[in-house]
Design a protein around this ligand. Structure first.
Ligand code: PRP
Ligand code: URA
Length: 209
């Protein structure tokens, strides 16, 4: 219960350092987010069920292990979650996809929902919620509440950078949801931004500022 996995693999740490640098251009920022998503997906899917199936190689009949059960659903918290989503889909191409549009009101830091669409059978699937930044965790807590209201039970959360405040809030609200992050940073500034962080993930991913 209340699990936090910091994926401190050297490749993740190196790519995160490049992401944090303010001079990293948009195209490279996107590429790095996709690459880190691959590495996070590798960790987060470790316990997916396998089944032994008969196959034929060019030489002989044998048995091999393949993914079993309902396909994973990746849920992106818009809009910045889409960077991680893209990368994860490269590794898990048959995953189903859900989108939750949440905009963080800069005055209250509360999420405002503007879109929600997930597979109708999400209750039967393992779910990975992706959002690059876990700051106050207001967005992540709301997203997981929505998914649970639709019956989802097997939920994991993946981000690039988490603040200790966000981890504590998420663990308190959803102790059953493990958090996978590339880094646990120092904390939040007065505007709810993670320090040292990487700035506004959506703006850096889409070049909107
Ligand atoms: C950012 C980020 C998270 C949220 C994290 O999104 O992508 O969704 O803030 O903050 P929290 O943990 O305090 O809720 P933002 O609201 O800026 O929207 P965007 O992705 O559309 O840029
Ligand atoms: N959202 C971001 O994009 N960055 C932060 O540091 C906090 C919330």
């Amino acid at each position: 219960m209340a699990e936090l996995v910091v994926v401190d693999h050297p490749l993740v740490q190196h790519k995160l350092a490049l992401l944090r640098m303010k001079q990293t251009p948009v195209a490279e920022f996107r590429r790095l987010v996709r690459e880190i998503a691959h590495l996070l997906a590798y960790e987060i899917t470790r316990d997916l069920p396998l089944a032994t199936v008969p196959i034929e190689t060019p030489l002989v009949a044998t048995e091999a292990r393949m993914l079993a059960g309902k396909k994973v659903c990746i849920v992106s918290i818009l809009r910045a979650g889409n960077g991680l989503l893209e990368g994860m889909l490269e590794l898990i191409p048959s995953a189903r996809v859900g989108h939750i549009g949440l905009w963080r009101d800069p005055a209250t830091l509360q999420p405002v929902e503007y879109y929600y669409k997930v597979p109708t059978d999400i209750a039967e699937r393992p779910v990975i919620v992706v959002d690059p930044m876990l700051a106050t965790a207001n967005s992540a807590v709301r997203a997981v509440e929505r998914l649970k209201a639709d019956g989802a039970r097997d939920i994991k959360f993946a981000c690039l950078i988490a603040a200790p405040e966000g981890v504590a809030r998420m663990h308190a609200a959803h102790p059953d949801v493990p958090i996978y992050t590339g880094a646990l940073d120092q904390g939040l500034n007065d505007h709810g931004y993670i320090l040292p962080g990487l700035g506004d993930a959506g703006d850096r991913l889409f070049g909107t500022r």
